[in-house]
Design a protein around this ligand. Structure first.
Ligand code: NAD
Ligand code: DAU
Length: 366
């Protein structure tokens, strides 16, 4: 694994993975292929020794050229449309990127790596636990043999991509692995997802919109633990296999939100400069952050519970998440407080412009 192509490496998990990998393998060469959609951010890779190629995973010729010119031996595929709410508003982009984009990568990989039999290579596909559908409170956690039952356009598109990856292994002999992980959180998380959205809303004194009754359960995984899991799969995962990666932190949304509110209050109590920096925050006005909680209409088709059984990754690969939710969340909150420029750049700049240019027309067409 000397030369890696990382798709979506300027997004949340991809950025963390590139940083994680280079810290442990400083002699590896990394090429990032990223279209820099609204979710991609060039600044995420500032100071990182990786080449950024701005381009589309659906561009099979470009991917083929990169595989050859950079002598790529390992492709780690993160690039995707990743937000469930957006997939409900405008599914087309999800089919294009997640299904057709993954297929373009597979075609290019097959052409390049399988042209000369015996060429060492590995194609790792990053997927989600959402492909398994939803669990009741008493169902056992998702294992690698749980039947697929995706419920949103996002999870259906990821399920389709998982099946294509599997088919390229069984039909053509491409060396593939797939990991299905639970909800990530941590640095560089795009502020449309629950945790970063609520941190930033709380800092502005804006409502915290809780879908439905707030009792949906997610299994929270610190992004560095996810990167650890992917590294273990790359190093020791059996070809053609899938591995579930979880954080061992199953929590209802309300508990996550209450943890967030309490941590925000205590951050403001401990650091008086925060009230001056964020004068609109409830905590700056002597009110509890929890007073911003606001129950809103539920997400259509909202999955009730996800839970990951990662015993296969533990027993085969020695994967064990290092962080519990309390410590992982505390460090995440401090990252957002210390990196205000990062999220302000997104809220004020490329995010707004890109959404206006792309989603307005796509949503109208859907
Ligand atoms: P993200 O939305 O933060 O980043 C996606 C990246 O892909 C962005 O940098 C974007 O510019 C890039 N991209 C989008 N379309 C592209 C295209 N056509 N060509 C090239 N680049 C393109 O997503 P994330 O949260 O970092 O998720 C990464 C992967 O992990 C996705 O495949 C997602 O399905 C999966 N996943 C995410 C989570 C999670 O909790 N965030 C959990 C399970 C699985
Ligand atoms: O399970 C893995 C998945 O986790 C990934 O495949 C997806 O890419 C990732 O976006 C995430 O999906 P979720 O839909 O679970 O994440 P999100 O942060 O959007 O929502 C988490 C929970 O919080 C979910 O039950 C919906 C709820 N929610 C979310 C938002 C944005 C709210 O109650 N209010 C909100 O404003």
């Amino acid at each position: 694994m000397n030369s890696l192509l990382v798709t979506g490496g300027a997004g949340f998990i991809g950025t963390n993975f590139v940083r994680f990998w280079l810290k442990r393998h400083p002699s590896s060469r990394i090429t990032v292929l990223d279209l820099l959609t609204y979710a991609g951010n060039r600044a995420n890779l500032d100071g990182v020794d990786a080449e950024l190629v701005v381009g589309d995973i659906r561009d099979e010729a470009l991917v083929g050229e990169l595989l050859a010119s950079r002598s790529i031996d390992t492709l780690v595929h993160f690039a995707a449309e990743s937000h469930v709410d957006r997939s409900i508003l405008g599914p087309d982009a999800f089919i294009e990127t997640n299904v057709l984009g993954t297929h373009a990568l597979l075609k290019a990989a097959r052409k390049y790596w399988l042209a000369t039999p015996g060429t060492p290579h590995r194609f790792h596909h990053v997927s989600t636990d959402e492909v398994y559908g939803t669990l009741s409170a008493t169902d056992p956690a998702f294992s690698e043999t749980t039947p697929y039952a995706p419920n949103s356009p996002y999870s259906a598109s990821k399920a389709a991509s998982d099946h294509l990856v599997r088919a390229y292994h069984h039909t053509y002999g491409l060396n593939v692995t797939t990991s299905n992980c639970s909800n990530n959180y941590g640095p560089f998380h795009f502020p449309e997802k629950l945790i970063p959205l609520f941190i930033i809303n709380a800092l502005h004194g804006r409502a915290l919109p809780i879908y439905g009754d707030g009792m949906q359960v997610r299994d929270w995984l610190h992004v560095e633990d996810h990167c650890l899991g992917i590294s273990r799969v790359l190093e020791a995962g059996r070809l053609g296999e899938t591995y579930n990666i979880g954080g061992g932190a199953e929590l209802p949304n309300l508990q996550v939100i209450d943890t967030l509110c309490a941590a925000m209050d205590s951050a403001f109590a401990q650091d008086p400069t925060l009230a001056a920096r964020f004068p609109d925050a409830a905590a700056a006005k002597g009110m509890p952050t929890a007073s911003l909680k606001s129950f809103v209409a539920d997400r259509p088709g909202h999955d009730r519970r996800y839970a990951i059984d990662c015993s296969k990754a533990s027993s085969e690969l020695g994967y064990v998440p290092a962080r519990d939710f309390a410590s992982g969340f505390a460090s995440t909150l401090h990252w957002y407080l210390d990196n205000e420029g990062w999220w302000r750049g997104i809220l004020d700049g490329s995010y707004r412009a890109w959404v206006e240019a792309n989603y307005a027309s796509r949503d109208a067409a859907s």
